[in-house]
Ligand binder design. Structure first.
Ligand code: COA
Ligand code: MG
Length: 292
């Protein structure tokens, strides 16, 4: 699976920021047509985003567009403008019910057919950022089918919808974030954590990223270039972790050959769940380009 450790947003009508983002070594660039764009600038943002997709070299970054929700009445216009420029994927804001993804899938499929692109070449990512979306998670994941690649937890909108007051450790969002991780795991999707809105303190973004990774998130939304490095490294295993994971897997294989499914390593028991975690750590290291 592609690494999506950091998803960097910028307003879809801000060409300077899109150009800057294209030059960064960030896993995903998200051109926003939703809340970062004023209502009277939506058309301009669609034009700028479509033209950036067609003309800029984004290097190894995934090229994504966040569109407005279907209830806003703007989503169809967003898609009409950006799909011909062939983004790698569409993030649907305020995904609330299964019908949202059924509709998005249908519109993308139609564009793929019209242009003769392979089926499922443009992926969907669902943003869960209201209470109903969290309550409907299982049905939403089912409706997403094979085009759905990841779930994103939108912290600020969710807190507003829940009447919660945001705190530094986000305890008011713990249930919802955990629900997103759990459903992502159940449906074999990636889970992307909320934004750290304080972009003046990259250390805070790193700290939040580590906390999210411990919960099972595979990446985090970011809003400023200075959050790229701290967040991407937080989601990338370091040398010691990689060496230890390899040791666990090697010794497990040896132990199994000798008829033992559990063994001791450095005073702790190793059995299959530990091995599975070691394998997934190596997968993250591979996705992050640390190992072949
Ligand atoms: N993507 C790409 N480049 C960005 C960027 C982003 N998200 N945010 C800032 N930059 C660039 C700026 O253009 C600036 O470069 P420049 O001086 O060469 O033009 C540099 O990084 C430093 O920016 P800074 O002055 O610290 O921030 P700012 O005041 O220009 O912008 C925000 C602050 C919050 C408005 C800006 O970071 C932003 O627009 N973030 C994304 C907002 C968004 O898309 N929200 C929706 C999702 S939650
Ligand atoms: Mg939002």
């Amino acid at each position: 699976m592609r690494a999506r450790r950091a998803l960097l947003y910028m307003p879809g009508d801000d060409l300077r920021k899109i150009q800057k983002a294209a030059g960064l070594q960030v896993d995903c660039v998200v051109m926003d047509l939703e809340d970062a764009v004023a209502t009277h600038c939506k058309d301009e943002a669609r034009k700028v985003t479509a033209s950036a997709l067609g003309s800029l070299d984004f290097g190894g970054s995934e090229r994504l567009v966040r569109i407005n929700s279907f209830v806003s009445g703007q989503a169809e216009d967003d898609l009409r403008a950006v799909l011909p420029a062939r983004p790698d994927g569409i993030l649907l804001s305020k995904t609330t019910q299964p019908a949202d993804l059924v509709r998005l899938d249908e519109l993308i499929r139609r564009a793929e057919m019209e242009h003769g692109w392979p089926e499922n070449s443009i992926l969907m990512i669902a943003i869960l950022e209201n209470a109903l979306g969290i309550v409907n998670l299982a049905e939403i994941c089912r409706a997403g089918g094979s085009r759905l690649s990841a779930l994103v937890c939108g912290g600020e909108d969710l807190a507003a919808d829940m009447n919660a007051i945001r705190s530094r450790d986000a305890r008011e969002l713990f249930y919802a974030r955990s629900a997103v991780v759990l459903h992502a795991a159940a449906f074999r999707l990636q889970a992307i954590d909320m934004v750290c809105t304080d972009f003046t303190d990259p250390g805070l973004a790193a700290q939040e990223a580590r906390a999210g990774m411990q919960m099972g998130f595979s990446g985090k939304q970011i809003i400023h270039p200075n959050q790229v490095e701290p967040v991407q490294s937080a989601f990338t295993p370091d040398e010691d972790e990689i060496v230890y994971a390899m040791q666990i897997i090697r010794q497990f294989e040896h132990s199994i050959q000798n008829g033992h499914a559990a063994f001791a390593l450095d005073g702790a028991m190793v059995d299959l769940p530990v091995v599975i975690r070691a394998r997934s750590l190596l997968e993250r290291a591979r996705a992050g380009g640390k190992i072949e």
